[in-house]
Write a protein that binds this ligand. Structure first.
Ligand code: HEM
Length: 229
């Protein structure tokens, strides 16, 4: 029987799509991926609602949340969701983000990193130094946003703080939101730049080649490095 047009299309799509192989490495479990994407979706909603409240020119964004009052009500609750789910992510990734001697060497050789000259670089663990520094930037931002956010959450908490503290908190909240947005732009750019990373966070696995190229020490730790020797 001749294959139909639809079957041909499906086969072509399957050839293009990277297929799972028994030697592939699990990088993120389903639970971790769900956790990460809840944080990411919360971040997008917070950035949109936060920008809507930040400047009158962006007030039209409140239409996405059902108008001004709803945006004001929802923003801090979504913030709590992000803080709680980010905390869970932190607990999982905390140890993997400790800076080690090899990470400082990696940073000093940043020209070789961007030039793709891996042969000049020390082996990288589960995360590289850039990812680790970004991780701690996120931690600082999330803590600062949570604390300053509580102080300016008028309905429930502002009564406990002086006007001076509320003003300072509003300023800090805007500052750390700006830093967080910049950090996440870098995070997304890096994820897209290193081909295969987004798949790690969507499907959970990476190829041995990806692990060998980008996270060689982690590749060895997983025990599968033996095959390539
Ligand atoms: C909005 C779109 C986002 C995209 C496309 C994205 C993409 C990714 C990808 C591809 C990875 C895997 C990197 C690897 O395994 O080497 C990752 C890891 C991670 N992401 Fe995201 N992410 C997004 C948002 C966020 C947000 C908003 C946060 C937190 C505020 C976040 C925190 C993390 C953390 C903590 C890791 C683990 C890496 C580490 O611990 O250094 N991500 N992300």
């Amino acid at each position: 029987m001749k294959p139909t047009k639809a079957t041909k299309k499906r086969h072509a799509a399957n050839r293009r799509r990277p297929q799972r192989n028994t030697r592939d490495l699990v990088r993120y479990t389903a639970g971790t991926r769900i956790n990460h994407w809840i944080v990411a979706i919360s971040f997008v909603l917070l950035a949109l609602s936060g920008l809507a409240l930040f400047h009158p020119a962006l007030f039209w964004l409140t239409n996405l949340f059902g108008g001004g009052p709803w945006t004001r009500i929802l923003h801090p609750f979504i913030g709590c969701v992000m803080a709680a789910t980010f905390y869970l992510l932190c607990v999982k990734f905390w140890r993997d983000n400790y800076m080690q001697q090899r990470d400082w060497i990696w940073l000093r050789k940043i020209n070789d990193v961007v030039g793709n000259r891996e042969e000049n670089l020390p082996d990288v663990g589960r995360y590289n130094a850039g990812q680790k520094l970004l991780f701690f930037t996120l931690v600082v931002c999330l803590i600062a946003l949570l604390l300053s956010g509580i102080a300016i959450w008028r309905v429930y908490f502002s009564g406990f703080f002086s006007v001076g503290v509320i003003r300072a908190a509003a300023l800090l909240h805007a500052f750390f939101a700006f830093v967080l947005i910049c950090a996440i732009i870098v995070h997304i750019y890096a994820g897209i730049w290193v081909k295969g990373s987004v798949r790690a966070m969507t499907r959970g696995w990476v190829s041995p080649g990806w692990a060998w190229k980008h996270h060689r020490a982690w590749f060895r730790e997983t025990g599968k490095g033996m095959h390539s020797k």
